[in-house]
Ligand binder design. Structure first.
Ligand code: NAD
Length: 382
């Protein structure tokens, strides 16, 4: 079976789906690895490193011609989809719940789609395949560095001959994988860190990292299914925003990571909350997206400075800004999933398997993932 690694085409994307270090894992399992010329350049993996690891470097058209399985980080663009042919399989972070049309298109071409973002994450045997976690980990770390770079003071307590600098007060809103990594990183830089989440279970995790957990009296638990948060009601949202404002005003730096699967990111920092912050404060909105983010006034991919001197950074694709680390982790995730689905060198689709039921989106010309199919049916059928 020929497994091919494509060069990512999304604007600004520097990651690559497979790094040279992982190639032998696949070749030892009897798979041939093809790599599109220049695929690893953005993440500092030259073609020569792939060749030395046992892969074959090929031109774009030859790759699509020969491949049985195509490995990608993000969704293929229109030109790449156009090159896919019946019987091929694409593995990647395809976001089918956000972009179900791609699933319809791939099913129409009889291409099997496997999306790592559907993985059942709480299953312990699937943890090595959890790309959402590995990329959130990179993003949480980088968000703190981005905040520190924009902040005009020190993060740690510094006692020098020229005076004493107090430590920065940093608040992390949303303490899932990215939020916990942000807390750990900010603590290592010496900031005084607090965290808040709607899932009460995260209190112990925040405190175990040496940060203070903020408990709101206005919002009860919003733990949802599978360890995720549920969406708050309109009343809960308003109460949460009002109560959070007084906490936000007391902090110098705020990093927001809040997400609810399949929904627009919740607004946690209102315009009034931004106005309540001191000049020189910094907010990094990791929820920033075209749909809006966790922070009023944040723009995905842009930095905005408000009239009262608050810098709001709309973080976008932070993992891609650390392409080597992010690709190395992703490579281990995607190869673990591929090998889980391969027996005797052949890809074996079996949606009766709990892991495959989560990740296989299209197969045999059908959208087989129930949640994606339901979404498409709601839009007028497949
Ligand atoms: P996520 O990216 O979906 O969301 C980030 C955080 O935002 C979550 O902690 C969520 O509770 C929080 N949030 C949502 N709405 C909020 C609001 N209105 N106010 C404040 N916070 C809000 O989350 P994630 O990082 O993907 O993690 C989700 C869950 O999955 C966590 O419970 C995590 O521990 C769990 N998880 C478990 C495993 C495992 O068991 N191996 C692996 C990965 C993740």
């Amino acid at each position: 079976m020929k497994v091919a690694v494509v060069k990512e085409n999304a604007p600004g994307e520097r990651r690559v789906a497979l790094v040279p270090e992982t190639v032998p894992r696949l070749t030892q399992a009897g798979l041939d690895v093809l790599v599109e010329a220049g695929a690893g350049d953005g993440a500092w993996f030259p073609d020569s490193a792939y060749s030395e690891a046992g892969a074959t470097i090929v031109k774009t058209d030859d790759l699509y011609q020969a491949a049985d399985v195509i490995l990608t980080v993000t969704r293929p663009n229109e030109a790449q989809v156009g090159k896919l042919r019946a019987g091929q399989t694409v593995f990647g972070m395809l976001s089918p719940l956000i972009d179900p049309e791609l699933a319809r298109e791939l099913a129409g071409k009889n291409v099997t789609a496997v999306s790592l973002d559907g993985l059942p994450r709480t299953l312990s045997r699937a943890q090595g395949m959890d790309a959402l976690s590995s990329q959130a980990n990179v993003a949480g770390y980088k968000a703190v560095l981005v905040a520190a770079t924009s902040y005009g003071r020190f993060f740690p307590l510094l006692i020098t001959a020229a005076g004493t600098a107090r430590p920065a007060k940093l608040l992390v809103l949303g303490t899932g994988v990215a939020g916990l990594q942000a807390i750990g990183t900010a603590r290592r830089l010496g900031a005084q860190v607090s965290g808040y989440d709607v899932r009460p279970a995260s209190k112990g995790e925040v405190e175990s990292l040496g940060a203070t957990f903020i408990e709101l009296t206005s919002v009860a638990s919003a733990a949802g299914e599978g360890g995720y948060a549920r969406e708050l009601t309109e009343d809960e949202k308003a109460a949460q925003q009002a109560e959070l404002t007084s906490h936000i005003a007391r902090h110098d730096v705020v990093i927001t990571t809040a997400q609810v699967p399949g929904r627009r990111p919740p607004l946690l920092i209102t315009e009034d909350a931004v106005k309540s912050m001191a000049a020189g404060s910094v907010i990094v909105d990791m929820g920033a997206s075209a749909l809006g983010g966790n922070v009023a006034g944040s723009v995905a991919g842009e930095t905005v400075v408000t009239e009262n001197g608050v810098t709001i950074i709309g973080a976008q694709n932070l993992p891609s800004t650390m392409p080597t680390a992010a690709s190395s982790a992703y490579s281990r995730n995607i190869s673990a999933l591929l090998l889980h689905m391969t027996s005797d060198g052949v890809l074996t689709i079996d949606t009766g398997d709990e892991i495959q039921a989560g990740v296989v989106v299209t197969h045999d010309g059908q959208v087989v993932h129930p949640a994606v199919a339901k979404l498409l049916d709601g839009e007028g059928g497949r």
